[in-house]
Design a protein around this ligand. Structure first.
Ligand code: NDP
Length: 600
């Protein structure tokens, strides 16, 4: 008998508890509760890792300009180079390649999805990840490896922020924060879904007299230690507050706990923290799997398992595929006449109750203090928030000097000159670390910090005023020779973002190659093709991760209905596997259906 089937599980009581916990957290200001890091908060964005080097502004022309030097830019650049497009310029505000892995060097950072599917171009670059879940320095080094392997450093512009993109007919004009004004026949945009850090919108952040920083700009000069795991020896006499308990905090709290004199972890909503089971890669085993085409096989297998497709083999076997495996087993046990949608949804809910009961039981088994254990339990369905996996996070609350400050869903009240106030009590600290996440769900042009001015002077922000509109999540009508590299309106595979990017990169490389080979100066999605794609997207079940029944968070726009805009933040109606199969067929058919190529 499974946990969920046991008579002791009162499903209605659980549903009620989930609703109560959600209702405590709903607030009218939604996303507006957070502070943008502009003006007096801009110092939170400074690059602590690489000194700025002076250079003359660029006024030349390139074939492809790519905005963003993270995985999106790297995989697209790689596919373009493989297709013989040499003249690729990647622009990034960071001091090197890496994107999220450039900025996020907090202690304990590691990938949350198995390295073999998460780290792109492993086969092409010949790298064997050293662990099932590689740590951040190895991933950053892999980004550099891709950059070197494909010669992407030669033309790259770092510490450079694109501020304007304007279509001049046949080419784009790109202006940057460094005074560049160069042109490119094609532009591609891969700014990342989570790249603008945000702070809680509470009073007094400015008044704090101690030290503070955001986790994505970790200040090792203050804490001591380094991203590779050297102990943070400058914290041994420090009282430290960390605000937030999302995926970032789950990874860095275990490193902070033994290092600080006192650590206060301020929690608004607990994360669900399941088993990680990380382990070093056995080179002998790796040699047996790394046969030609291995990474594609692993990617497809992970996506199939994670999205519940019928498949007998689970190569990755981890927490991401576990829930889908359970749901599938329940559905397969149904007699054919009970194969109905309500029964499938019930199978999903039962598996979820079972899983979450196990995760809550794990808290009780690990955390010694009963009140702390109770407060660390997550009361929502597993996919309502980013699921977390860690083998040392819960244990950190047993370390003397580590205190969970649960705010009952209300968040911290304010910051003062001396510390942090929660539940009316002031906690005096020397340092406040904001693990408060990144902007999600705000408009693209706000997060990008530039707007695209396309054909006939139309702005992307106007074209998308009623929500995102694309063909395949890549092309936008009215914006010729511009490509998006991101998951939405495409596969929308949230558990493994790089898989989405690699496919987009391959699609763009084929399209650019075709244009260059035939002397086309322009390529653009037709209005009809874009309309048809949007209609197809709207025919699906809607945003799967944004149920209003969930506790608020960035998965569901902080619990606020986004209306039509929200309904467009979806993937292919038949799921990620269907999109990948479709786009592969679209690429290989060479018919470029939906695109118009022109010579001007
Ligand atoms: P999140 O947005 O997930 O977490 C922010 C945290 O800050 C939440 O716990 C939030 O509480 C809390 N918070 C916000 N305002 C307040 C307040 N006023 N008082 C107290 N707490 C507050 O950010 P993360 O940086 O943790 O993670 C962002 C995403 O980055 C992840 O979801 C994941 O997609 C990605 N990530 C991936 C990793 C990987 O692959 N290895 C590792 C880390 C992150 P509440 O939940 O109530 O809103």
């Amino acid at each position: 008998m499974t946990v969920a089937d046991r008579p002791s599980i009162d499903k209605e009581a659980l549903r009620r508890k989930y609703r109560e916990e959600r209702d405590k957290r709903l607030r009218p200001d939604g996303n507006d509760q957070y502070l943008r890091l502009t003006g007096r908060f801009a110092h939170y964005l400074e690059d602590p890792y690489t000194p700025l080097t002076e250079r003359a502004p660029k006024t030349d022309h390139v074939t492809v300009a790519f905005v963003g030097g993270g995985f999106a830019g790297l995989v697209t650049g790689a596919r373009l180079k493989e297709a013989g497009v040499e003249d690729v310029r990647i622009i990034d505000k960071a001091g090197d390649f890496g994107g999220t892995w450039y900025w996020n060097r907090y202690p304990g950072a590691q990938c949350d999805t198995a390295s073999f599917v998460y780290m792109p171009l492993l086969e092409e670059t010949g790298h064997m990840p050293t662990e099932k879940y590689a740590h951040a320095p190895e991933i950053l080094e892999h980004c550099r490896r891709i950059g070197k392997h494909y010669g992407l450093y030669d033309n790259a512009l770092f510490h450079t922020e694109v501020v304007a993109l304007e279509w001049l007919g046949g080419r784009w004009l790109i202006r940057t924060s460094r005074g560049d004004a160069f042109t490119a026949q094609f532009v591609a945009l891969g700014i990342g879904p989570l790249h603008v850090p945000k702070l809680p919108g509470i009073q007094g952040i400015d008044d704090f007299a101690g030290h503070s920083f955001h986790t994505s700009r970790w200040d090792y000069a203050y804490t001591g230690g380094d991203p590779s795991g050297a102990p943070m020896d400058r914290l041994s006499d420090k009282r430290v507050a960390i605000i937030g308990t999302g995926a970032t905090a789950v990874q860095c709290v275990p490193r902070l706990a033994p290092a600080c004199a006192e650590l206060y972890v301020f929690q608004r909503t607990p994360s669900s923290v399941d088993v990680r089971d990380n382990r070093p890669t056995d080179p002998g085993w790796f040699a047996t799997i790394a046969t030609p085409g291995w990474q594609r096989r692993w990617l497809e297998n992970f996506t199939a398992n994670q999205t519940g497709a019928l498949t007998d083999e689970d190569l990755v076997m981890d927490g991401w595929t576990d829930l889908a495996r359970r749901v599938r087993a329940r559905i397969m046990a149904l007699p054919p006449e009970e194969f109905t949608q309500p029964n499938m949804l019930a199978a999903f809910e039962d598996s979820d109750f079972e899983k979450m009961e196990e995760i809550r039981a794990r808290v009780d088994a690990i955390v010694e203090d009963r009140e702390t254990a109770q407060n660390l339990k997550a009361w929502y369905r597993q996919l309502c928030k980013r699921p977390c996996f860690h083998d040392e996070y819960l244990q950190a609350f047993n370390v003397p000097g580590t205190h969970l400050v649960d705010t009952g869903g209300q968040g911290v009240d304010r910051v003062t000159a001396k510390g942090v106030v929660a539940g009316g009590r002031e906690y005096e600290v020397d340092c406040v670390i904001y693990a408060s996440g990144f902007e999600v769900g705000t408009d693209y042009t706000r997060r990008a910090n530039y707007d695209l001015v396309g054909r006939d002077g139309v702005r992307l922000s106007d074209h998308w005023a009623e929500g995102m509109r694309t063909l395949h999540g890549i092309h936008v009508h009215g914006f010729p020779n511009a490509f998006l590299v991101q998951p939405t309106q495409a596969a929308n595979l949230i558990s493994n973002i790089p898989h989405n990017l690699t496919e987009a990169g391959a699609t763009i490389a084929v399209t650019v190659r075709h244009a260059l080979d035939h002397g086309y100066t322009e390529v653009e999605a037709t209005r009809q093709a874009e309309d048809d794609w949007v209609e197809l997207l709207l025919s699906g079940p809607g945003p799967l991760l944004s149920s209003p029944d969930c506790t608020p968070g960035y998965y569901n726009n902080e619990g606020r209905d986004l209306g039509r805009k929200g309904r467009l933040n979806v993937g292919h109606p038949h799921g990620a596997m269907a999109y990948f199969a479709y786009i592969d067929q679209w690429r290989t058919s060479s018919t470029f259906e939906g695109l118009e190529f022109r010579k001007k």
